[in-house]
Design a protein around this ligand. Structure first.
Ligand SMILES: [Fe+2]
Ligand SMILES: [Fe+2]
Length: 394
């Protein structure tokens, strides 16, 4: 029976992450809801009124901790959003179930706020809310000290969405803004699933997937650094979008040049150097609200001493977001295996950033980045875009 419960919860979590990416009525969204609902009904064949508690990294089904979900981080995410207890009545229909998922997603996206202290929500036949609904204080004590720092999730939905987004820009020339923003929202959720921040970085599997993987990583690093230097959540999110889209202009670079193993010729370099201008233009023409992302796309290869590209006739200081993304960009590029060189060790990259502080990089931001990576070293989780990996680096 606990296996059925674990299957349901996995499917429930899958629905939430998919729903954050697709709008109402989208087939992908309908499919995951159908599937989670089917798992719930199957569980109810043996347990008419299933109850769950999310306590630390433990998921309690009825009175039993689900070992199958030992490293499942959704329990923490839900608990942090004020949903520590979940109870289903015997009769839950599909519409009700979807409304419930929407509600949970809204809480996850908005953060916990005051919801943790609210009385349990009543959604006709589904109840959820803070622990204490049925006096589970004993349970809380029993599991509290067993917490460990392990994470388990994949970023496959996000990677798929980015691949699709790049194809879309390539074929239509237009940027699907909603999807870009939902990827950033979803990355931000993954970063805050635990009590402390997690920095999930994707590992490159295929060389031609570099731009996708790199965009997601730069977005995550830009949000982490923004948070580290104390920016507010609106700015952090805007920096995340800017990080995600900084290399968008690369959709205009022929694949042979983009994935060429070995050094580029002068004329290939000229093509490569066009991507900041192309990216800035695509973003700017898609949405005027994205002028920050557009500026970052334009400026992310300009060094603090004015070198780099594109060439400008009038030199002025780049936007802070561009200077910040520049550091994150170089970090991720050097940490990745490329056809023409091996990935560098993290320490070597940090030393390189340190030596470039004040010439290539904004000195203050470079110092903050190094501090952040040292301080949050154990919070960096290397994940792949296919299967979930348990991954904090020891
Ligand atoms: Fe770039
Ligand atoms: Fe880049």
């Amino acid at each position: 029976m606990s296996a059925e419960a674990a299957k349901f919860l996995n499917s429930f979590a899958q629905s939430l992450s998919t729903m954050s990416l697709y709008s109402q009525g989208h087939p992908a969204r309908e499919r995951v809801i159908d599937s989670a609902y089917a798992y719930l009904r199957r569980l109810q064949e043996t347990d008419l009124t299933p109850q769950f508690s999310f306590l630390g990294l433990n998921v309690i089904y009825g009175e039993v901790a689900l070992r199958e979900l030992k490293e499942w981080d959704w329990g923490l995410r839900l608990a942090n959003a004020g949903i520590q207890r979940l109870e289903f009545a015997a009769s839950v229909d599909r519409t009700e179930f979807e409304a419930f998922l929407d509600d949970v997603l809204a809480r996850l996206t908005q953060g916990s706020g005051d919801s943790a202290t609210q009385s349990p929500e009543r959604q006709s036949s589904i109840r959820f809310g803070a622990v204490g609904v049925r006096g589970s204080a004993g349970l809380v004590r029993a599991v509290e000290d067993k917490e460990t720092s392990t994470y388990q999730y994949s970023l496959s939905e996000e990677a798929d969405t980015m691949r699709w987004l790049h194809d879309e820009v390539q074929t239509t020339g237009e940027l699907p803004l909603m999807e870009a923003e939902s990827v950033v929202r979803s990355l931000s959720l993954a970063m805050h699933g635990d009590r402390d921040i997690v920095i999930p970085l994707l590992q490159l599997k295929e060389f031609d997937q570099y731009t996708t993987t790199h965009s997601l990583n730069v977005s995550v690093l830009a949000m982490a650094l923004g948070e580290f230097i104390g920016l507010g959540s609106t700015d952090v999110r805007a920096f995340g979008v800017a990080g995600l889209l900084h290399d968008l202009g690369k959709v205009r670079i022929p694949k042979e040049v983009l994935t060429k193993p070995g050094k580029l010729t002068d004329s290939e370099w000229t093509i490569m150097r066009r991507h900041p201008m192309d990216g800035a233009r695509i973003i700017f023409e898609s949405d005027r609200q994205l002028d920050l992302a557009s500026a970052v796309a334009y400026e992310h290869h300009i060094m603090i001493n004015g070198n780099g590209y594109p060439e400008r006739r009038f030199r002025r200081e780049c936007h802070k977001a561009s200077r910040l993304v520049h550091v994150c960009d170089v970090y991720d590029a050097l940490r990745t295996n490329r056809p023409y060189r091996e990935a560098w060790e993290a320490e070597r990259v940090l030393a390189n950033i340190e030596s470039g502080a004040g010439t290539e990089f904004d000195a203050e931001l470079a110092t903050s980045f190094i501090q952040m990576m040292r301080q949050w070293e154990r919070r960096v989780a290397v994940v792949d875009d296919q299967s979930p990996l348990p991954a904090p680096l020891a």
